[in-house]
Design a protein around this ligand. Sequence first.
Ligand code: HEC
Length: 199
Amino acid sequence: MRKAVSIVTLGLAAVTASMLMLAQRPAAPKTKAAFDAKGQLKRPEGYRRWVFLGAPLTPHGLNGGKAGFPEFHHVYVEENNLNAFLKTGSFPEGTVIVKELTRVLNPSFPDGSRNEPSGRGYFNGAFSGMDVTVKDSKRFSGTNNWGFFNFGHHALPYSDWAKESSKAECAGCHQSYVAKTDMTWVQFYPLLRDGDITK
Ligand code: HEC
């Protein structure tokens, strides 16, 4: 009987010791970015419940009927990475930023707008595309520490995986204009630009 107890005690001590060792290990950076062996990014999940940063809109009506992105651009980031940005002015390693597009809702005027009780304007229609940026200074040292991925510019469903887009397709433009604000258009998102004044 006594032997059995001591085996249990020893077992518990071993478990406690290994838990302590785990706790002492430096925490791996938290990230929602998962890559396969070819460096393709898995489509992030759950992002519509991350923090919403803003929704730039560049409709056909203001771009001669030929806007490259005639949709709302909904931008999301996880709260822990937002908090770090607000403290330090740059995003931590592993940060994922999602920009999801939605069409404008059933236009009734040639400029894409429609009348609603609140006025004539643009309202959110169907989801229509997804771009993602990931901060990883090892993988993406050639493009200012950020990787760029496109999961489709069309109605749902999007691709499950995306390969890194070329510098010409994406990073080049961000690098030309917003390299100093961590490759992100901080000036368009009130929370990043002005901070959280509600706190
Ligand atoms: C010609 C310049 C240009 C190119 C090329 C470009 N972007 Fe952007 N990107 C912008 C601008 C401007 C914004 C912010 C305003 C907006 O969404 O209209 C933006 C915003 C974003 C955002 C939201 C976070 C942020 O940085 O503000 C993501 C994510 C993004 N782009 C990813 C991509 C990906 C992926 C590609 C390539 C498939 C790409 N971009 C190509 C100009 C560009």
